[in-house]
Structures are given as C-alpha cells and as structure tokens.
Design a protein. Structure first.
Length: 231
C-alpha cells in the first residue's frame, strides 16, 4: 500500500522540472551520472515510481517503450545496494530479468553507464555466451545480474559459486512478453530459488489487472503498488 509520505513525495516530484529533487535521497554519484548522460528531467513513469521504489516497495509499472522505465528501476536498484554497502563479497543483490538477449544487452549498457563512478559489479547472463565464462564471473561476486530466464535458471540450479542469498531486489522487465514467450514455469522456478526479497519491480507495459501470476490474455493498462508480495 502507498503511504501519505510516498504520495506527497510523488506530487512534489511531478511538480519539479529536474532530478534535483532526489538530492539527499539518491547517491550523488548516481545523480552525477544522470547529468553526464544528459538526463535532467524525470519522465512521468519515473516520477510515479521512484518515490515508491526508493522506499523498497513492491511495484508493477506500465509504460510505453521509450518512456524511461529502465532508468525508473535502475536508479533505485543501484541506490539501495549503495546504501547497504554492497561489495563483491556479498554476491548478487539485484537480478534483472529480460525476455530477450537484445533487451538484456540494452539494459546492461545503460546500467554500465550509471555505474561509471560507483563500485558495484554487474554481469550479463544470456544464452549464446560461453557458460564457463559466466561461471567464472559469477564466482567472483557480481552485485547486479542482467539475465534471460533460461540461462539464469541454469546458473541458479547448477552454479554452486553463484551467491544470491543476499538478494534484495528482483526486476522483471517486460513481464508480459516473458509470459507470452512461454517462460511462466521458468520464472516460477526462478522465484522459488530466490530468497524473499525486499522489493520486486515488474515492468509490465500492458496489464489490465494482476491478482495472480497468470494475467489475462488481452491486457490493457494497470498500475499497482502492493506491499511485500510473493508471486
């Protein structure tokens, strides 16, 4: 559920013209990276979601392609791990799931740009890459993993050196496309492997309602702010 504090922050954020409103709530290195990348004004999806995600609330967001939803979850994901003092020894603190290799590459590229001044490690885990190389990388301790479902489940099941017990945030990007592509059982298995995380961010561009894990076949738009939720 949203709180009065969160709703007030959202109203203030929507009335502001730039990311300066985040000063004091978001690490200065992330704000610096945003300025360098030319991001000065929050988009609507960012203004609506950041106040909730920065408080580690569960969230389902709906927005069109190009609306800035990737930044909307990357900023709080990184900020949470920075505040917790995550290092390589802590293993993976966040997993970002994408339906395709191409989208995973895009997310990974933007993530690396935001990490320019931040001492957090990240990895791209997708099909088509050498599994041995991924195992070696995961064994060093990767703070943020961007992955496609099949390859991630493979590592969760078989890679003993993959440390994810300290996971704090799970993001499912374009969850509707994951379900359409037949990844439902895979995602269910992934979630069963993971600890009960503090925040689960799902980006669902076209959802009419979410009551259970199986959304309707012809969804439209839905935005919901649940509390700590197990899917």
């Amino acid at each position: 559920m949203t709180t009065v504090e969160t709703d007030t922050m959202t109203d203030i954020f929507l009335s502001k013209t730039d990311f300066c409103i985040l000063e004091g709530n978001v690490d200065n290195r992330l704000l610096s990276a945003l300025r360098v990348l030319g991001f000065t004004k929050p988009t609507r999806i960012q203004a609506l979601t950041l106040p909730h995600l920065l408080l580690s609330k569960d969230l389902i967001g709906a927005a069109k392609t190009g609306s800035g939803k990737t930044l909307a979850y990357l900023i709080p994901v990184l900020n949470i791990l920075i505040k917790l003092g995550f290092r390589q020894k802590h293993g993976t603190g966040s997993i970002i799931l994408a339906p395709t290799r191409e989208l995973a590459l895009q997310i990974y590229g933007q993530l690396n740009k935001l990490l320019a001044e931040v001492e957090l490690t990240c990895a791209l885990i997708v099909g088509g890459e050498k599994k041995k190389k991924e195992i070696d990388l995961l064994s060093t301790g990767v703070n943020i993993v961007v992955a496609t479902p099949g390859r991630l489940l493979d590592h969760l099941t078989n890679t003993e050196a993959f440390v994810y017990k300290n996971l704090k945030c799970l993001v499912v990007d374009e969850a509707d496309k994951l379900l359409e592509a037949g990844f439902e059982r895979c995602i269910t298995a992934i979630i069963q492997h993971l600890p009960n995380v503090a925040a689960r961010g799902l980006d669902i561009p076209a959802v009419d309602w979410i009551i259970q894990f199986d959304p309707p076949s012809d969804p439209k738009v839905f935005q919901y702010y649940p509390g700590i939720t197990k899917l």
